[in-house]
Design a protein around this ligand. Structure first.
Ligand code: GSH
Length: 216
């Protein structure tokens, strides 16, 4: 049994679950995963069994009898408990930017999150993108371009090598793929680097094999 356990939802739909799952894989921390199908009559109660103090949502990380909920709190906890891993970029200004863009994702982009729900199994060519979603897409692609151009020289990711910032934006890559969002070459190359990660392929394989359907 691993020291860490991650409670997640349906891989096809749960973007917040993907974020810490991908980071744990990328940073090679072994963990057990417990999957709870979301939006069924028993889902919240099941999640609360593992995390009574939480909000009944996934992801939840269990470590040393502690239950930590909410993706950003999980990232903070992991970076504190396993400081030998390079969770953030080494550059202080870069780290400040990385934390800002993660916070921006966590608290914003509601039109994109509401109108382009993550759904790995589907593909909607020529999806009708509303102006408010287009504003979110424009903002996200600006962030990706700025990070790649300013900090990306050392690798294929936002800050060169893979960091928490990439885990936070990985579900957006899947949404852009599902809803056929056309990207400029810099963003397209970045999206392809995320999709090519073996851990992303593993997540996608499991997501596609799932049979539950959730109507948002
Ligand atoms: N701010 C939370 C969001 C968590 C969240 O909304 N999780 C969704 C799945 S992606 C959930 O558990 N939904 C079930 C529900 O709301 O009952 C985080 O960052 O972890």
């Amino acid at each position: 049994m691993a020291l860490l356990t991650l409670i997640i939802g349906n891989k096809n739909y749960s973007s917040w679950s993907l974020r810490p799952w991908l980071a744990l894989k990328q940073f090679e921390l072994p963990f057990d995963e417990i999957q709870i199908p979301l939006y069924t009559p028993g889902s919240t109660a099941q999640i609360r069994q593992y995390c009574p103090a939480g909000n009944g949502k996934v992801p939840v990380l269990i470590h040393a009898d502690r239950a930590i909920w909410d993706s950003m709190a999980i990232f903070e906890y992991l970076s504190e408990m396993f400081p030998e891993r390079s969770w953030w970029t080494g550059d202080r200004t870069g780290r400040a930017i990385a934390r800002s863009i993660c916070a921006e994702m966590h608290s914003g982009f509601l039109p994109l999150r509401n109108q382009m729900a993550m759904n790995c199994r589907e593909h909607f060519p020529n999806y009708d993108i509303t102006p408010e979603v287009q504003r979110d897409i424009d903002r996200i692609t600006t962030i990706w371009r700025d990070c790649r151009e300013t900090y990306g020289a050392g690798g294929a990711f936002l800050f060169g090598r893979f960091t928490i910032a990439d885990a936070v934006y990985a579900p957006v890559v899947l949404r852009f793929r599902t809803y056929d969002v056309k990207l400029d070459p810099i963003c397209q190359t970045y999206a392809e680097a995320i999709l090519a990660l073996p851990a992303m392929q593993e997540w996608l394989e499991s997501a596609i094999a799932e049979t539950e359907t959730i109507h948002f």
